[in-house]
Structures are given as structure tokens and as C-alpha cells.
Ligand binder design. Structure first.
Ligand SMILES: [Zn+2]
Length: 154
């Protein structure tokens, strides 16, 4: 309720593209492999060494807490969702599901899951009219934002 309709619409479209794309990959695909906290930590620390992955209470949900340098994943979280949260971890509190986010996300998918998977995700975004920023991973931020500005992002 606190978000503007504009931002909310973009967030929904990113989620919508993900729902279309990831759910149509076979369950055996690496992207859809259910990850343990340990495996999610291995993936995450490869990109964001100061982040830690912990278990959230929900099953399928996940979110990134910038202030605590923490990614929380539910019991049913799959590999793609961890990459989504890592893409948040590179960003800023104001940089949610925008084009820059999608570029980082596609970059992470390309590195971890390969070209075919990354290209498929890009197509899913493009099919919904979503822009995709450059596939680059910026240097992770090392200055913690002020705690009162911080919220988790799913
Ligand atoms: Zn998100």
C-alpha cells in the first residue's frame, strides 16, 4: 500500500514474467532445483561475500535485507529465486524491480545457469514489454545505508 501504483505495476510484471518463465521449465532444470540454506549461501557468497543466507518462515518466499546483509529464503526456494535476491543485494533500496535490476538478474542467471536460460528469461521480460538494463554486476556496496531507510525486498 505504501508503494506508488507505478512501482507496484513494474514489480508485478517482473514477477509475472518470472511466473511464466520459470514455471514452464522442467522441474529437473537446475534453475528449479530446491536449494538448501547451505547451497544458497555458496551461490550467494560467490557474488556477495558479506551476505549470509538464512531460512525464512515462509515456504516459497524470499527477500533481501540490505541493512543486515542477509537473504532469507523459504523452504521451497529454488535456485532462480536465490539469484533474484542476489540481484537485489547488488542494488539500492530504491532500485527494486527496474531495468537495472533485470540486467543484473540476467547476468547472474547467465553465469550460474547458462546462456540458454538467461536468454529465455530475457525473452520472458521482453514479451511483457519490460526493459532490461546492461548485464553487469556492479561492485557490491560496502557502506550500509541508514537503518531507517531500509526495508527488505522480495
Ligand atoms: Zn524482488
Amino acid at each position: 500500500m505504501s508503494r506508488s501504483p507505478h512501482r507496484r505495476r513494474w514489480a508485478n510484471k517482473t514477477y509475472e514474467a518470472e511466473a511464466v518463465y520459470w514455471r514452464n521449465l522442467p522441474l529437473e532444470h537446475e534453475a528449479r532445483r530446491q536449494v538448501t540454506v547451505e547451497h544458497a549461501n555458496e551461490i550467494t557468497k560467490r557474488f556477495l561475500p558479506d551476505y549470509t543466507v538464512t531460512r525464512s518462515k515462509g515456504f516459497g518466499t524470499a527477500y533481501c535485507c540490505w541493512d543486515r546483509r542477509e537473504i532469507k529464503i523459504g523452504g521451497m526456494a529454488q535456485t532462480w529465486l536465490v539469484l533474484h535476491e542476489i540481484a537485489h543485494g547488488y542494488g539500492r533500496a530504491t532500485d527494486k524491480h527496474n531495468a537495472a535490476f533485470r540486467g543484473r538478474y540476467a547476468c547472474l542467471v547467465r553465469i550460474v545457469l547458462g546462456d540458454d536460460t538467461a536468454d529465455g528469461l530475457r525473452k520472458a521480460f521482453a514479451d511483457l514489454g519490460l526493459d532490461i538494463g546492461p548485464e553487469v554486476l556492479p561492485t557490491p556496496q560496502t557502506t550500509l545505508p541508514h537503518p531507517t531507510t531500509m526495508k527488505g525486498e522480495g
